[in-house]
Design a protein around this ligand. Structure first.
Ligand code: HPA
Length: 247
C-alpha cells in the first residue's frame, strides 16, 4: 500500500465512512486531536481519517481543537486534506443530499483558536487566502465526480457559523445576501489553519437540510441524520475516486 499523504476529516454523519485497520495515539503542541487518527484503505490507497467531533461524536463545533487536528495530520505526513462537512442549504436550489465542493467561504465564527500565528516563538505570518480551496485536492474531487458519475455541485460559498444552535431565519437571510450558498459550523478555522500549515484543503459539503427559513418545514435533527446516512455511499465513492487522483 502507498504511504498516506491524504487526510480525511469526517464531520457529522461521516464517522464510519471507511474501515480502520490501524490507529495511532499522538498529541501535538496544541493538545490532543479530537480522536485517534486511523489509517484507512481506499481501494489500495492509504489515507488517514480523523473524526472531527471525536469518537463517539461529542465535541461541539466551537470546542473542536482544529489546530491539534491539522497539526496531527501534518505530523503523520498529510499534505492534502479532504474535509467532509454537513451543511444546511442557504441556496434553495440545493436539494437535501446534494454534494458541494465549495470554492469560497465567509467566516462568522468568533472566539475560536483560529491561527498558528499566535505570538510565541513561531514567526508571524499573514497567509494569502483569496481562494481558500484553490488546489489540486478540490480539482481531484471535481474530476472524480464526473469520472464516477457522482453528481457534484462544483461551486459554492460556505458560511461558517458559531453553533451549536442552528441559525435564525434572519441570520440565514443575511448569509444569502452576503452570497453564501451553504451554512455549516466547522469550516472555519479549519480551512484557514490548513492554509497556514501548508496543506492543500478541500471541503466536500453534504447538504443535510434546508437552512432556517429556506423551506416551509422545520429542521429536524432526526431528518438531518437520515439524509446524511443516505448520502454517505456517494461520498465514499467520490472520496475513493478523488484520492486515487491525488499525487
Ligand atoms: N446550519 C448550520 N450548520 C449545519 C446546518 C444548518 O442548517 N445543517 C447541518 N449543519
Amino acid at each position: 500500500m502507498t504511504s498516506a499523504n491524504v487526510g480525511i476529516i469526517g464531520g457529522t454523519g461521516a464517522l464510519d465512512l471507511f474501515d480502520a485497520y490501524e490507529s495511532t495515539a499522538l498529541t501535538t503542541p496544541f493538545g490532543p486531536p479530537s480522536a485517534r487518527p486511523v489509517r484507512i484503505d481506499l481501494d489500495g490507497r492509504a489515507a488517514w481519517f480523523l473524526a472531527r467531533h471525536g469518537r463517539p461524536h461529542r465535541i461541539p463545533p466551537h470546542r473542536v481543537n482544529y489546530r491539534a487536528n491539522l497539526h496531527a495530520l501534518r505530523t503523520l505526513g498529510c499534505t492534502r486534506v479532504i474535509a467532509v462537512s454537513a451543511v444546511g442549504a442557504v441556496d434553495p436550489a440545493l436539494d437535501n443530499g446534494a454534494l458541494v465542493a465549495v470554492d469560497q467561504l465567509i467566516d462568522y465564527t468568533w472566539g475560536r483558536a483560529h491561527t498558528f500565528s499566535d505570538g510565541g516563538s513561531a514567526p508571524l505570518r499573514h497567509v494569502e487566502f483569496e481562494k481558500p480551496y484553490d488546489g489540486a485536492v478540490r480539482r481531484a474531487l471535481i474530476e472524480a465526480a464526473s469520472e464516477s458519475s457522482v453528481p457534484l455541485v462544483t461551486e459554492g460559498c460556505y458560511g461558517a457559523t458559531q453553533g451549536p444552535r442552528l441559525e435564525t431565519a434572519a441570520e440565514i437571510a443575511r448569509l444569502a445576501r452576503d452570497g453564501c450558498t451553504v451554512v455549516g459550523m466547522t469550516g472555519m478555522p479549519e480551512a484557514g489553519l490548513a492554509r497556514e500549515i501548508g496543506m492543500d484543503y478541500a471541503n466536500l459539503c453534504v447538504v443535510a437540510n434546508a437552512a432556517a427559513g429556506v423551506a416551509d418545514t422545520p429542521i429536524s435533527e432526526e431528518e438531518i441524520h437520515r439524509v446524511l446516512a443516505s448520502a454517505m455511499e456517494r461520498v465514499r465513492r467520490l472520496l475513493v475516486a478523488a484520492v486515487a487522483r491525488i499525487d
